[in-house]
Unconditional design. Structure first.
Length: 328
């Protein structure tokens, strides 16, 4: 179940105001401490003249926020959103300088009244000073989350800012990693282990064990890493050779094309270390291959459609054909 926070502000328009601003450093730190990247923030309009008369005291929308703080005023200037004189203090400073980017946004149909939803209008400045967790606020009804989740809503357009897209993709990748089934031993202090069995595409790094003279690794992507590992090890005849592939790293992806693109970007970085005659097997130090693997994952370039397009001609969707990709 997602966590829901609520804040009161002057309005809700992600198309020209794609950030949620906080007035104090302590307020944004408090929200980041108490929330996670799956949390939603409910946006309610204040009951004063700063909000449009038809929106005052109503629930307007909800947003999922990035975790990296931005300069609110700089973002608004970048996209040429006008800052009203009333949005500045007596010294000319923007009142909500500490911003978090909106990554996903929904408007509640009909803009329901707060009193109708919660039995009161959430009076007081505390709701305007920060975003409060409604599940632990004593003034909210016990079924407040159920009330929110039952409301009809419409997805909103958010002003496109490339830097925000990268934050969004990073959080989507974190969510993909958390949302899949894992079997096998838990991660050690040095590396992440486990095998994906639920059909989600993963990019993996395998190490050939039992080979004492050289460090051999394999990079690939699979819809079922458990099955793929068994297939690869079957031909090694472990009982005779003592060799077998073991999972060193894996990263779940939200789509096959993202996984394939990620795999290709890793291959491009490692091509000088290819084993002769092989397409995805490498001979190099573990710290080097882990560094390149982690760097590609963190960059999330493989999530951008324009990057995926470069590799789409050679992509076979293994989720549809039920097979692993192969090389000639």
């Amino acid at each position: 179940m997602s966590n829901y926070f609520l804040t009161k502000t002057w309005g809700f328009n992600p198309s020209n105001h794609p950030i949620l601003g906080f007035g104090a450093d302590g307020a944004i730190k408090s929200y980041l401490r108490d929330s996670d990247d799956e949390s939603w923030v409910l946006i309610a309009a204040t009951a004063n003249d700063n909000s449009l008369p038809e929106e005052q005291g109503r629930l307007l929308g909800m947003v999922k926020l990035g975790r990296n703080q931005v300069d609110s005023e700089a973002v608004l200037n970048l996209i040429k959103t006008e800052i009203k004189p009333s949005d500045r203090d007596t010294e000319g400073r923007y009142r909500w300088p500490y911003g978090l980017p909106m990554l996903e946004a929904y408007a509640f149909d009909g803009k329901p009244k707060l009193k109708d939803l919660f039995g009161h209008g959430l009076a007081g400045m505390v709701w305007a000073q920060t975003a409060r967790d409604i599940s632990i606020d004593s003034s909210m009804p016990e079924n407040s989350i159920g009330i929110i989740e039952s409301l009809p809503k419409t997805k909103c357009f958010i002003h496109d800012i490339p830097e925000f897209n990268k934050v969004k993709y990073q959080q989507e990748m974190l969510a993909a990693g958390r949302g899949r089934s894992i079997t096998g031993p838990g991660p050690s202090s040095e590396r992440s282990a486990g095998i994906c069995k639920d059909g989600n595409p993963v990019v993996y790094m395998l190490k050939l064990t039992g080979h004492s003279e050289q460090s051999i690794y394999k990079i690939g992507y699979s819809q079922n890493l458990d099955r793929r590992l068994k297939e690869l090890n079957k031909g090694l005849i472990y009982g005779i050779t003592g060799l077998q592939w073991e999972v060193i790293r894996e990263q779940a992806h939200i789509s096959g094309i993202a996984a394939y693109t990620c795999e290709q970007l890793i291959h491009e970085r490692l091509k000088t270390h290819l084993v002769s005659g092989e397409n995805e097997i490498y001979n190099l130090k573990e710290k080097v291959i882990e560094s390149e693997f982690n760097s590609v994952i963190a960059d999330v370039d493989y999530m951008f459609p324009e990057i995926q397009q470069k590799y789409s001609d050679n992509f076979n969707d293994i989720s549809e054909i039920g097979l692993e990709k192969t090389y000639p």
